[in-house]
Ligand binder design. Structure first.
Ligand SMILES: [Zn+2]
Length: 253
């Protein structure tokens, strides 16, 4: 088990929290922009048996990075030369102390982790793989809710490649939202789920065409996601857009 502190963040429902993980001297996704949650994160970090001096970010989204700058400042105020690391493509509203790339090894003091570039949900998305197959997964998968692939940044084929890449590597996935998950089983489920949705989108396109109706993302989403409780049709239309782009690329390519 990797020590984890779920903190309240402005994330996408049904998730309400983002997991902050700690391995040795490193904390991952210091996520909350809320002062009381930042104070809780600082207490948790300071209670660590090892001095934490490195904040690592899986990707640039605000529900993963909202507390990073504040924690760095709080640690520095306590004499710790804390630094923030993120992928070179991660665009952040605060300075990063060093950038990471695919294959970079992080020495945590409790074993090494390898950074693996796994884009598709976000540019510059990284996961961190331990030698025993434990994987800090960011938004590659989720223990609650779903992973939004929202164009133009979200790209379905790239995301599917990232899922496939992790299939033989991740024994256990530690996502940013919800509980940890079995690696292979979860990744296969995600691949199957996206294939199912793609098939549903294909069928919806045919049905709309047969009726002479527009085949825009909203119309497709209304058919595909109709009757699924709690679905936000705006989000669903974004997911459909990613699938339509993907189908278009496959048709051309
Ligand atoms: Zn994200």
């Amino acid at each position: 088990m990797i020590p984890v502190l779920p903190v309240v963040t402005p994330t996408l429902p049904p998730a309400t929290h983002t997991n902050v993980y700690r391995v040795g001297r490193m904390v991952f996704d210091v996520a909350s922009p809320y002062p009381e949650e930042q104070a809780r994160t600082l207490d948790w970090v300071l209670s660590s048996p090892v001095v934490v001096d490195t904040i690592v970010l899986t990707h640039h989204h605000a529900d993963h990075t909202g507390g990073a700058d504040a924690l760095r400042a709080s640690l520095r105020a306590r004499g710790v030369s804390a630094r923030i690391l993120a992928h070179r493509e991660a665009v952040l509203p605060f300075p990063v102390d060093a950038t990471l790339g695919d294959g970079d090894r992080l020495e945590t003091g409790e074993g090494s982790l390898t950074a693996l570039h796994t884009p598709g949900h976000a540019n510059g998305h990284l996961v961190f793989l331990a030698e025993n197959g434990d994987c800090i997964a960011g938004d590659l998968v989720a223990g609650i809710g779903t992973i939004l692939i929202a164009p133009p940044e979200g790209h379905l084929e790239t995301y599917l490649s990232s899922l496939r890449r992790m299939l033989p590597l991740a024994r256990r996935l530690y996502p940013a939202h919800g509980p940890d998950l079995p690696g292979e089983e979860t990744l296969l489920q995600y691949l199957a789920h996206r294939a199912m949705r793609t098939e549903q989108v294909r069928k919806a396109l045919s049905a709309l065409a047969a009726q002479g109706r527009p085949q825009d993302p909203h119309s497709v989403a209304e058919r595909v996601y109709n009757g699924i409780p709690g679905v936000d049709l705006e989000m669903a239309a974004l997911q459909v857009s990613a699938i339509l782009n993907w189908l278009g690329e496959r048709h051309v390519g």
